[in-house]
Design a protein around this ligand. Structure first.
Ligand code: 4AD
Ligand code: MG
Length: 431
């Protein structure tokens, strides 16, 4: 064995003998030649086995290989203009680690259900690699953004005694004889973090028993939620637009190759520069009217409404001042127009819909208590949350960005199910 290298680093080893460890992506033969396309997770490279150059053992090992068999290959790195990577390996030795039986995912077209049933294997394909690398980049950039701005990571629990986002989408579980719920949002705890550290964020999986079967809804999704003391709605919207610009630019800069694999129109992403347009809910309603949408003013927007609104702009649009009646109990109302909440949603362009929901929070103890009662929420479970308004309450705001919807938009893929390694949907709990 020579020095073991990653295929993505292969350019540094031209003319040298190296060893790579990986899996067979594809194999074909022609006379005394065997062409093994090897992937190691970082890249794929063609390895050329010439019968006269290798031992009999190596040649028969090569002959026994099948798609996704695991192997170790040693050979010399040679420039090759025809390969997308620019290099191939002239093989000296092949060692098969395990020979795979017929691989279920072949070149032929498979239905989505079949692929989703084989999600644990599907992750090995080029398109899934591109999407998951973009997801990785977005999560990296998200943490980087808040870390650089001195937000402290204060994670929220997943088992909770209370609802955060309405009681209709709660997953309930037995917690040693009493009821617990899987968290719908880490926000309420992030508020406690903001009162402790000034600026805090949480990042984790969140759960909603969504009965809606759409291309935007998962029952388990990841949310990053910053929360800051002394932030009003304006500060919150500005933080959100700077944040989303940072995410997009980080992907454009570092994951261009992956965007190309997905045939993403990169010019649309390059346009995503702050400041973003910000419109009052009533202006959004006007847009819907003008476009002939059937919409009842006062309602929340549906997917079709969001698409029409976002189509008016070349970058994400922030809609603020939603009717308080359709929003969560914790949102503060605007004292100048008390029917409206100091709320904001960010809608992604190109019909991807809401990626961020946020607001300024109600900071007055008595008002918050009144809201809890109006929403029929149990005061007992929220005692700790009310404490935050009792001990040094300050104006504060925050938001939550859904990672998977952001990945879908930036990657330019239609359905949210490919944006997470193992999607959880109403009808999917396997694998
Ligand atoms: O608008 P939502 O419900 O806001 C909250 O949960 C706030 N407590 C956040 C906060 O202020 N800290 O959800 C926030 C985002 C949405 O904009 C969307 O991107 C994502 O979470 N989201 C979902 N993503 C996938 N599947 C679902 N079922 C989702 N529900 C919400
Ligand atoms: Mg929302």
């Amino acid at each position: 064995m020579a020095q073991v290298v990653r295929i993505s680093d292969i350019a540094q080893y031209e003319g040298q003998e190296v060893t790579i460890k990986g899996w067979v992506y594809n194999i074909r033969s022609s006379g005394k030649l065997r062409f093994i396309l090897v992937r190691d997770g970082s890249e794929t490279i063609q390895c050329v086995v010439f019968k006269n150059d290798v031992s009999e053992d190596s040649f028969s090992a090569a002959d026994a290989l099948s798609q996704e068999s695991s192997l170790i290959v040693t050979g010399v790195v040679a420039a090759d203009k025809r390969s997308p990577l620019g290099f191939e390996i002239q093989v000296k030795e092949v060692e098969a680690i395990q020979i795979a039986p017929e691989y279920p995912i072949s070149k032929k077209e498979h239905g989505t259900d079949f692929l989703m049933d084989h999600r644990h294997l599907w992750l090995r394909s080029k398109r899934q690699h591109a999407i998951l690398r973009i997801r990785h980049q977005i999560i990296h950039a998200a943490r980087e953004f808040f870390d650089n701005r001195d937000f402290i990571l204060v994670d929220s629990p997943i088992f909770t005694p209370n609802a955060a986002e309405g009681t209709s989408t709660l997953f309930e579980t037995d917690y040693f004889g009493s009821k617990a719920y899987l968290t719908q949002s880490g926000q309420l705890y992030a508020e406690a973090g903001a009162m402790a550290f000034g600026k805090a964020y949480c990042f984790g999986p969140t759960f909603r028993a969504e009965k809606s079967k759409t291309r935007r809804h998962l029952t388990e999704f990841w949310m990053i939620e910053p929360e800051a003391a002394f932030f009003d709605l304006q500060d919150d919207m500005q933080l959100a637009e700077d944040f989303v610009e940072h995410l997009v630019m980080s992907v454009v800069k570092n994951r261009r190759k992956e965007l190309e694999v997905l045939e993403r129109d990169i010019s649309k992403l390059e346009a995503v520069k702050a400041p973003f347009p910000k419109i009052h809910y009533n202006e959004a309603v006007e847009i819907l009217k003008k476009n002939g949408n059937e919409f009842m003013p006062g309602d929340d927007f549906g997917a079709a409404d969001e698409t029409v609104i976002s189509q008016q702009f070349d970058r994400p649009v922030i809609v603020h001042h939603y009717p308080a009646a359709v929003k969560a109990f914790y949102m503060k109302r605007d004292e100048n127009e008390p029917e409206y909440a100091l709320a904001m949603d960010m809608l992604a362009p190109e019909g991807y819909g809401e990626i961020i929901g946020g607001s300024q929070r109600e900071d007055d103890y008595d008002t918050l208590l009144k809201r809890l009662k109006e929403h029929n929420l149990p005061e007992e479970a929220f005692k700790w949350y009310l404490d935050l308004r009792k001990y040094g309450s300050v104006p504060h705001s925050g938001f939550g960005l859904g990672i998977e919807r952001t990945v879908a938009w930036i990657s330019g893929i239609k359905h949210i199910r490919e944006t997470i390694p193992y999607p959880r949907l109403i009808q999917r709990l396997y694998p």
